[in-house]
Design a protein around this ligand. Structure first.
Ligand code: HEM
Length: 555
């Protein structure tokens, strides 16, 4: 008698599970159908791309893949789909563009200035710094910060660039004759230079805060990379429960700890030195205003093929007046009228330290590796340096850097083949119709500009994968589409530090090359690349150095 109710009970459970399952399936089907019927999704689906799976889209493509595999997959797909491709990260539409005319539509626009949603992963680190801020806040800060990169300010950094470059030459001595990874040396040098030029502080030989900072920056980039590509980590609630979140907190403690300490010291110095509110002399405005006297008499230092809002203000040259670190300028600006809070200053300093560090470390490492692979090009660079410096071991000056035309072409060609920022992403603020193909991109989608692929287009560069600095001879650049070379991005939101970067690269590389001959055992075809936030070689930036005969005195 007791068996029947039990059977009835089981049947009851079974059918309610079935009902729940069916209701869930029906719910999912309706949700999926409803999603697919949206205009945003319909427009996205018209664009070619890999097959997608309901709800996760193409997110599964990233599962279990390492950095190299993600890069290889992206390049394969870009080859398969050409100018325009789409992917779905869950229900987020991501469009990849590689045609210069389409790139121009985005980068040259005042409408699509906002960074894509993925940049929010930088927020705990960079706050509302220039890289990720938007709207009026970004506009106001861009206006405040751009003058700090004026050529007259940059010129005052030359001796800092040179002395730190000479330190690298000394530090490389134990590596003579061995194969080693040059990136660590470049990274340390760029952090040291930034500590001096951005924060106005120096790392003492005993403390390793610069190194600790650089390591923390590298690990933070790794966390942001994971958050970009892994669906679950993109979800804040899930991420906050993981050990990565704890790691992020610890790393931010190191990064923000250093910036906060330095800002505090700077403010105290400012208060002590300028009691009574007297502004230091000459002020930034006065340094820049010096130009007016010299208009048309000095040689412009604008790099061919690059143009942005910085060019209008710095085509002239005055003598060194006063060395102002970026942070000094911010503190001064805050004291002399502009309303800048400590938090805003901290965000901008962190942004400059991040943007200015890894990019130039990767750029300079790639240049050295390529010169190791191309001895004929290296010989030409050396011949140019000989014509400027002869056998002298005198320090490099600003005027010398203006003579380094071939080295400049080598740097630009390296940035073409191995752009340190391999992708740029924007949020589309309104629909746009592409130029290269007949597609309408819907408002709200993420647009990813594949700099790496833009720079290797066969219809723009003859032999696009071959390292050839002559690609940047004036006669070869003048008819090229302006948006086919965008290592520093372009348009209103381009890199504010590009002149600083080019100057630093010239001083750093020329000093190393005056002292060492570079060789490489690995040819370019065997480079293993990873393109997350910054493009790097995962097999290490391996080179060998041998002293140039005449240079022994420099050590
Ligand atoms: C070879 C070196 C460098 C490269 C290739 C590079 C490249 C770039 C690119 C592509 C962007 C646009 C990023 C985006 O839209 O997502 C950018 C922005 C930026 N860069 Fe650089 N950069 C370099 C060096 C520097 C240096 C040395 C500094 C500062 C000292 C700097 C400061 C900035 C800042 C503040 C922004 C944000 C600008 C804005 O949104 O208004 N960069 N950089």
């Amino acid at each position: 008698m007791a068996v029947e109710p039990m059977i009835e009970q089981r049947v009851g459970y079974g059918s309610s599970i079935m009902m729940t399952l069916m209701a869930t399936v029906i719910g999912l089907v309706i949700t999926y159908w409803w999603q697919q019927s949206k205009r945003y999704v319909k427009l996205g689906n018209r664009i070619p791309g890999p097959p997608k799976v309901p709800f996760i889209g193409n997110a599964h493509y990233f599962i279990g893949k390492n950095h190299n595999e993600i890069m290889e997959m992206a390049l394969r797909m870009s080859k398969e789909f050409g100018n325009v491709a789409r992917g779905w990260l869950g229900n987020k539409l991501v469009i990849f563009l590689t045609h210069p005319a389409d790139v121009e539509l985005i980068l040259n626009s005042q409408t699509h200035l906002e960074k894509s949603d993925e940049y929010r992963f930088f927020k705990p680190w960079l706050g509302d710094g220039l890289l990720i801020s938007k709207g009026d806040h970004w506009r106001r800060h861009r206006k405040l910060i751009a003058p700090a990169f004026h050529q007259n300010v940059l010129k005052s950094f030359i001796s800092t660039f040179y002395n730190n470059s000479l330190n690298v030459v000394k530090r490389l001595q134990p590596e003579i004759g061995k194969e080693f990874d040059v990136h660590d040396y470049m990274s340390e040098a760029t952090v040291d230079i930034l500590l001096e030029t951005a924060m106005g502080t120096k790392r003492s030989a005993q403390d390793n805060q610069g190194f600790e900072y650089a390591m923390a920056v590298m690990k933070m980039c790794d966390i942001i990379h994971k958050r970009t590509y892994h669906l679950l980590y993109r979800w804040d609630t899930f991420f906050n429960l993981t050990s990565l979140r704890k790691q992020e907190e610890r790393l931010l403690g190191i990064i923000h700890g250093l910036t906060k300490r330095v800002i505090k010291i700077k403010k105290e110095i400012y208060e002590k030195t300028y009691v009574g509110g007297a502004a230091p002399h000459p002020s930034l405005a006065e340094i820049i205003a010096e130009d007016a006297k010299d208009l048309n008499t000095k040689k412009p230092a604008v790099i061919t093929g690059l143009r942005d809002d910085l060019d209008e203000i710095d085509e002239n040259d005055v003598g060194e007046k006063r060395r102002l670190a970026f942070l000094d300028l911010m503190v001064e600006t805050a004291k002399t009228g502009e309303n800048l809070t400590d938090e805003e200053i901290k965000d901008e300093v962190n942004t400059i330290m991040f943007e200015g560090h890894d990019t130039t470390a990767a750029g300079s490492s790639f240049v050295l590796c390529l010169l190791g692979c191309h001895p004929d090009v290296q010989d030409k660079v050396y011949a140019e340096l000989q014509s400027i410096f002869g056998d002298s071991d005198r320090p490099c000056t600003f005027a010398d850097t203006l003579e380094m035309n071939y080295l400049e072409r080598v740097i630009l060609e390296t940035l073409r083949l191995y752009p340190p920022v391999p992708v740029i992403a924007r949020k589309l603020n309104e629909d746009i119709k592409l130029v290269s193909e007949d597609y309408l991109l819907p408002q709200g989608c993420t647009v990813v500009i594949g700099t790496f692929k833009v720079h290797r287009r066969g219809d723009v560069y003859p032999d696009p994968d071959i390292f050839n600095p002559d690609n940047f001879l004036p006669e070869n650049t003048q008819n090229r589409h302006y948006y086919s070379f965008i290592p520093f991005s372009a348009g209103p939101r381009s890199c504010v530090g590009r002149k600083y970067a080019m100057l630093k690269l010239k001083v750093l590389l020329s000093t190393i090359l005056r002292n060492y001959q570079i060789s490489s055992d690995v040819d370019e075809d065997h480079y293993k690349l990873q393109a997350d936030i910054i493009l790097k070689r995962t097999d290490g930036f391996r080179i060998r150095v041998e002293p140039r005969k005449k240079a022994a005195a420099a050590y």
